[in-house]
Design a protein. Structure first.
Length: 325
């Protein structure tokens, strides 16, 4: 490309992030090191006018500091097509407003902006349901509203995990064993008495010893190390937000096989930065909205995962330029 890459980011308020752990900040720091010109916006700053995507943006400077990690310039309105690339890093919940946002970003994509991850993929790939596209990689899984089917699944497997399809950060995750008197209450709560779908998966006991590992995939290829989230002694959830401890480890052969099956297929669908949640060698979720774990792995193993992502961005932009008439 000629000139600096113009890179925008849609994220939660940057002043409220935890800079020591925030993956979006790591991405922006890498882009700044690569010479990119950065622009900041939040979901509320986006709009459509006559089919054209716009945003109220502010020039952004970032620093690797725990106390002074950003500064913002004066606000200006611009069409999103004036950006070379746009990172969609708004955290869930994946609600109706999030869906509307993907429509705006898709109009920017159609006008020529590289949007990561692809808006259509963000809409299509529910992080729990999309595991159904890779059953060979997953433990037995049931998605249903029917309580009878849930009870039968518990009897079949003895112990299961039940969770909502729209949860994040370990919220509303239950472990149910056969004979548990709370079984019906859990099913009623998560399905809202049969009005909403929920997911039931066979319980994987490895969560206690080896944890819930986040395998990061950049442009179809896995990062060399995974972040294993080990639950606390008082909890069953392998989520950092729920008190789990993050311990890095090298990928094993099973991790690499899972990544080889899932990574290239998602890459071809425009999903450039993806996180697989792996317990006991099985994928339990495919995270495409705003996967995390960069800062912890970079710190533990001297990696530069944000740099890997920015290199992938530069390759894609160079390919686009080469293909122009």
């Amino acid at each position: 490309m000629t000139g600096a890459v113009r890179l925008g980011v849609v994220m939660d308020p940057i002043g409220q992030i935890k800079p020591a752990k925030d993956s979006t900040l790591a991405m922006l720091l890498a882009a700044a090191r690569g010479g990119a010109e950065l622009f900041y916006m939040e979901q509320r700053h986006l709009w459509l006018r006559d089919g054209v995507a716009f945003a109220q943006v502010r020039p952004l400077a970032v620093r690797d500091s725990l106390t002074d990690w950003y500064s913002l310039g004066e606000s200006e309105a611009m069409p999103l097509s004036s950006l070379d690339v746009l990172l969609m890093r708004k955290d869930p919940p994946f609600d109706t407003e999030y869906v509307y946002t993907t429509y705006i970003l898709e109009r920017a994509e159609l006008a020529g902006t590289l949007v990561i991850n692809r808006p259509q993929g963000l809409r299509d790939m529910n992080e729990k349901v999309y595991t159904a596209w890779f059953p060979e990689c997953c433990a037995p899984t049931l998605i249903t509203r029917r309580h009878d089917d849930m009870r039968a699944f518990v009897r079949e497997h003895g112990k299961v995990v039940v969770k909502p399809l729209d949860g994040m950060g370990g919220r509303s995750i239950f472990v149910v064993e056969s004979g548990d008197k709370n079984e019906n209450v859990v099913f009623e709560t998560l399905t809202q008495y049969g009005e909403r779908f929920a997911i039931v998966q066979r319980y994987l006991p490895e969560i206690v010893t080896t944890g819930d590992s986040r395998v990061i995939i950049v442009d179809g290829e896995p990062v060399s190390h995974a972040l294993a989230r080990i639950p606390s002694a008082a909890d069953h959830r392998g989520n950092l937000a729920a008190g789990a401890t993050g311990v890095g480890r090298e990928l094993n052969d099973r991790d690499r096989w899972l990544a080889s099956v899932i990574g290239p297929r998602l890459r071809d669908l425009g999903m450039i930065f993806v996180g697989l949640d792996v317990i006991g060698g099985f994928v339990t979720e495919i995270n495409v909205t705003s996967p995390t774990g960069i800062r912890e792995l970079d710190k533990q193993f001297g990696l530069d995962i944000g740099g890997l992502l920015y290199a992938a961005i530069e390759r894609r932009l160079a390919t686009r330029q080469a293909q122009r008439p």
